[in-house]
Design a protein around this ligand. Structure first.
Ligand code: ADP
Ligand code: MG
Length: 329
């Protein structure tokens, strides 16, 4: 069956039936607007992402279920990066009428499973026909206690720069996909099924451990640069401290040219944050509690936004920051 056989309202009704009202939802799918509430004393956090076929994904590289999962995960990651708790999801979907309903249902399964995993409720969206490419818009609302959300602008000289997980795996998978090769399953999983570090973000917020935070979407160097610019400080990264997976290291041992992906590759969806040195012990305890590696990779210095890298021989040089820019490539 095709999407055009079910129709817009048929699809919306099918989505509505599959989604229970969650906590804080007074009206969900089916009215002109969703009506929700936040706990007393919380501020609203809202984040939106667009995913366009051929720009952000290709159907021949990505299953529809993975696409649904990733669309929600990358948006959850933005709420995590504020130290917030995600709550409500909105899904905009534009597909051609010829789209197989099985593909739409697989996409919705991926999206709703990931939302449910984080106790997030789908409360609305929009559905329309596309003349060609799939276009997906995901919005998540979350909350944090007043004055607790963690911005990019709070880094202070002396702070340690820390990152969760490993970096570069997703970009390495994309590198091989573009090359026409089949990357290892562990790399593919990092690319297609990123983990939103929601629990870590929230605990860093609740325990007031991070002073500045961002999630890694455009690449470590470019995303750290956002913190440096917003905070008006310099940053020094230590090359040999960057957390790399075993698989990533095997690839770079064979081809050292790929090492740059750790600094410049995107879509890691790990959290990058700065921590006052006296809080480092608490962050280490959190790492154990969550069974999630958290690595100190450098330090924040007084300055005006310059990022430098100390290589393995101890030489320090400023590094070129080139995060992903949709219009300047
Ligand atoms: P309107 O014409 O007022 O935009 P719609 O007919 O588009 O209303 O939507 C009806 C209801 O279905 C609304 O509650 C809307 O939020 C919800 N909805 C529409 N599309 C989606 C979707 N893709 N996912 C979740 N909810 C949706
Ligand atoms: Mg509508």
């Amino acid at each position: 069956m095709k999407l055009k056989d079910l129709g817009e309202f048929g699809l919306i009704e099918q989505i509505r039936k599959g989604v229970p009202l969650g906590p804080g939802v007074h009206r969900g799918i089916g009215d002109d607007a969703a009506e929700t509430s936040l706990p007393e004393g919380h501020h609203l956090l809202t984040s939106t992402d667009l995913l366009i076929e051929e720009i952000h994904f290709r159907h021949d590289w990505t299953s529809c279920e993975d696409l649904g999962h990733k669309a929600v995960a990358v948006n959850l990651s933005d709420i995590a990066a504020m130290g917030g708790l995600p709550r409500y999801l909105y899904l905009g979907l534009a597909c051609p009428g010829e789209t197989e309903l099985d593909d739409i249902n697989a996409f919705l399964k991926g999206a709703l499973d990931e939302a449910e995993h984080h106790n997030v409720t789908l409360v609305g969206g929009d559905t329309c026909r596309s003349p060609g490419p799939w276009m997906i818009s995901v919005t998540i609302e979350g909350s944090a206690p007043a004055h607790q959300a963690i911005g990019r602008d709070g880094a202070q000289p002396g702070d340690l720069i820390m990152v969760s997980g490993t970096v570069g795996d997703s970009a390495l998978a994309l590198h091989w996909l573009r090359d026409g090769a089949e990357p290892e399953a562990v790399l593919l999983a990092r690319h297609h099924r990123p983990t939103a570090q929601v629990e870590l973000g929230r605990l860093l917020g609740d325990n007031r451990l991070a002073r500045a935070m961002i999630d890694l979407s455009d690449g470590l160097a470019g995303d750290l640069d956002h913190i440096l610019q917003a905070s008006g400080v310099d940053g020094l990264l230590e090359e040999d401290q960057l957390p790399l997976s075993k698989t990533f290291q095997q690839h770079t041992d064979r081809d050292p040219g790929l090492k740059n992906l750790a600094l410049y590759g995107g879509e890691d969806y790990e959290l990058l944050f700065t921590v006052a040195p006296e809080k480092a012990v608490e962050v280490a305890a959190l790492s154990v509690e969550l069974s999630l590696p958290i690595t100190s990779i450098g330090v924040i210095l007084k300055g005006s936004g310059v990022l430098s890298l100390q290589d393995k021989t101890g030489v320090v040089r400023p590094i070129l920051v080139r995060g992903y820019d949709h219009f300047c490539r």
